[in-house]
Design a protein. Sequence first.
Length: 171
Amino acid sequence: MSDTTETWLGLQRRAKPLVQAGVLLGLGLGGFFDGIVLHQILQFHHMLSSHPDPTVAEDLRLNVLADGLFHAATYVFTVIGIGLLWRARRRSDVPASGRTLLGAIVAGWGLFNLVEGLVNHQLLGIHHVWPAGPGSVLIWDVAFLVWGLLFLVGGYGIVRRDEAVAAPSRG
């Protein structure tokens, strides 16, 4: 491989379509996990369950609607990810790498946790990971952010270790 290979985020540029598809799929899967496991199965919170206005926070019908809109958004991320993956697989210049796809999905899931945790838990305060759980609300919210950071960095690391897409080292 020559040193003139174009790079993107430390990867060969030809891997970009596959990575983008994986990140969108990861955003969708991370959102589905959050909504299905934390909102519905464990019932830690709903989308607006910590809203500063108690009439909003206690309105179950409104919270279920907000959860549904949240799920619709994660569905859109997933469908776009599938479309991008379909398009990437049809291109002969994009590497067919399951490792890169998996790493990008893990990174996308981590990105979901970071953005959702920073925006909804910290900035807007409309819900927290487990407001009634043991320990401080902040501990659970920070753990969610750390989980996201570990997934983002770990997923990127998985992609970077894939010889099929890693940019050649200089030197």
